[in-house]
Write a protein that binds this ligand. Sequence first.
Ligand code: AMP
Length: 603
Amino acid sequence: MNKFKLLFKIKKTVSVEFSILADTFYKMESTRKRLELTQYLVELFEKTPQEVISKIVYLLQGKLRPDFEGVELGVAEKLAIRAISKSSGIPIKKIEDEYRKGGDLGHAATVILEQKTQTTFLVEDITVERVYETLFKIAKLEGNRSQDMKMKYISSLLNDASPLEASFILKLLLGTLRLGIAENTVMDALAIAFSGNKENRKILEHAYNVSSDLGKVAEVLASEGLEGVKEFKIILFNPIRPMLADRVKSEQEAIEKMGSEFAAEYKLDGERVQLHIEGDKVVLFSRSLENISSYYPDIIEKIPKTIQAENIILEAEAVAINENTGEFLPFQELMHRRRKYKIEKAVTQYPITVNLFDVLYCNGKSCLELDYKERRKKMEKVVKENDFVKHIPMTIVKNENDIEDFFENSINAGSEGLMLKILDSPYQAGSRGSHWLKLKREYQNELGDSLDLVVIGGFFGKGRRTGNYGTLLLATYEEDEDTFTSICKVGTGFSDEDLDQLYQILNPKVTIKKNPRIDSEMESDVWFEPELVIEVVASEITLSPIHKAARDKIRKGAGLALRFPKFTGKMRIEKMAEDASTNEEVITLYQGQKKVAHDKSLM
Ligand code: AMP
């Protein structure tokens, strides 16, 4: 083989034509069935060389890097239209008309480029690497000349792309790629493609939970196999996926689930923060693993002085306080800190305390395997308390009385209730289970608990609410199907200020086509990307012929719906849609409510 041919061969083996990815995207867009989606992914991964797999995993999720790195793709529609025009020779007006017809610029580009008048002579192959690298450069561009440079990069890609490829390049750029897959589906497919066994997803999940980087997990799986994935370790300044809690409705239920002795901590109503600290370097991550360091310069400045370890990862609830009385204030106060500018002013106007509840890593070693007691002891030993940094109040409880007493104390201090934690349990990153339980203050609703629901649709308001969404369509999360199932419409509980704020948040999430992960028979004026989670209370859960939550689970042909739902005033911006209340939880509440009715009828 001559040298040239050899080089060509080597290049060939490590590159993947973008058309393969575009074909997979195309097939995936047309189904919602998880099994089919998984199969398409398996076929794709089997064709993917290890050098490219991480890029493909990020692109599948519409990303370039893991979330915590904050590399944001996102190009304005106007710019994309100009780039299509430049590379095709078709006037802007014509592209805009085509776009208006269907509402999807990616699709419009396919139609437009099929009529392309300009012929390109020197066509360079479009590979996944080339698309990825170009998107990456675009995402990193800043400053005055960035718009022109973006245009140049986009039109150079479009020049060489087929109409279908162009459509997906644009969807990636505009952030409108909607394949309807979640991490679990990607992990299923990776496990099947590289080990032939879906059960091995558990191993991948562990690696993902400690690294929060699915691209990296895929890369190690492809290059080193499952053995390599088993070696995944915590890396300081890369967030760990948080452990979550199940809910209980009473002290008695907690005892039934937890046994005779366990820890009770205040459940404070603030923002969960994961603190990564080494010397003076501090990085903060939110519950959804976004880097939120810029909102809390006070934590960055003050926390290092309290640490007596070389490096550490801690978890805490940052809570707004009344500086004069020391009282805890509601979560909503922290919203004032979510700003880009004038953060110093917000820091003095809305002071906080940092209330630590866990340690996940210390002096270069993971603490995840240590049990709760040992972790708490370590945390108390290596972090010195002061006015700003506290250990969350904790006590050991043995019976209902103990829990009730501590619950009272916690409510009086302005907290939401209690977190109950099994003493000899390790930290289960990324999972919800009964090793941690939350016992919240009863709301004045007969359901006994609030629900966190995803906003999927909106109805335009009338009268005073004109110009805003007057009513919202809400959904629960269906874990098995990875979908969002409609459960109610809510139109009460909103102040005028809430409605304005909701409009600001929801408007950029409007989609022309319903996201394939939304499962709703009910129509709405507009559909939203299923992202925002809000808290509601309700009087009752009833069977419903229309709503899709827990459909067929209680009765064939019926779902569950909330009766008299009401917004509590809380937007749970710290939660991802997948953290919303699940259908399983709603079924438990439904059954609990039937049990109470039954018990009452026996009294
Ligand atoms: P929820 O948001 O109702 O599912 O409750 C879980 C959240 O409670 C966590 O994500 C934390 O932000 C918060 N939280 C408050 N106090 C504690 C605590 N002592 N332990 C763990 N989480 C806590």
